[in-house]
Design a protein around this ligand. Sequence first.
Ligand code: FAD
Length: 304
Amino acid sequence: MTTLVLIEAEGTAIKKASLSAVAAARHFGAVDVLLIGAEGAQEAAKIEGITRVLHADSTPHLAECIAALIADRAKDYDHIVSAATAYGKNTLPRVAGLLDVQPITEVVEIIDADTFVRPIYAGSALSTVRSRDAIKVLTVRNANFEAAKLGDASAPIEAVSAAVEVPDAEYVGIELTHSDRPELESARVVISGGRGLKDAANFKLLEPVADKLGAAIGASRAAVDAGFAPNEMQVGQTGKIVAPDLYIAVGLSGAIQHLAGMKDSRVIVAINMDPEAPIFNVADYGLVGDLFEILPQLKAELGA
Ligand code: FAD
């Protein structure tokens, strides 16, 4: 069996979520990876356990084009996999549509080549699904699969392209947010703020603590909707799924849709003035109190 894994690079670095997708795909057998864009192919070739790198350096970063390119080559594969990142979630369902198969999303466990475990009801239950489709199209949660390593390997790099006509979409350019902080989905520590922070200026109170802990900053949807934090920081059912070693929830209630994105974190610390807040049901450590008093104390304690 051969699996095709759609991977992502940031500059020349392969994203950790993609390395986890490769590790998941290795359950099925041989793995080819597909990289879109000019940079990263040499780095991708170092991923341990892959057979080859398919490099589409001229394919635009448009999900429609990438999906068409993958569908074009799909007959060579039993499984097509990507990380359940925004990129993967935007692309793979389109691939499944083109192939007329059922996409299986957010896989957290692979039982065998046809059988997968995935969360349902906003993560309240796990469902085991078996697919009879000839080609399985999967997105996998990176937190559940240890990342494949980059080693001394040097897999062959093969240039690929597709003549794709996309009548309804035009590639204009790509704008990336640059941050010195770790990427939210693969950070070891995440500190997230909610509506309790009251405004965008207060949301910045999380920054010195995050910097001291080497943490990524997340946000609840209410905080994002209120304009305290940008969209890409949202954690939850309709945001990013994180499972860091330490998750610090500040002034957020712990709605089920938020918990769906972070409840698998190893240690959860909650700061909230309401002792009945649902976040305390999943917290390992709870601080009941005013975040505007607790955050400065935490900052001072850390020497931030
Ligand atoms: P609130 O629920 O308003 O909680 C604020 C908390 O701050 C309260 O618990 C309060 O006690 C505390 N607080 C206030 N002041 C202080 C203070 N001074 N000190 C300490 N604590 C204080 N939400 C997500 O987060 N992510 C998602 O992906 C997501 N997807 C959704 C999808 C759907 C289909 C729907 C319907 C909803 C979704 N939501 C999501 C929204 C979710 O239901 C909640 O509305 C949202 O998570 C609430 O955000 P919050 O906890 O910041 O705000």
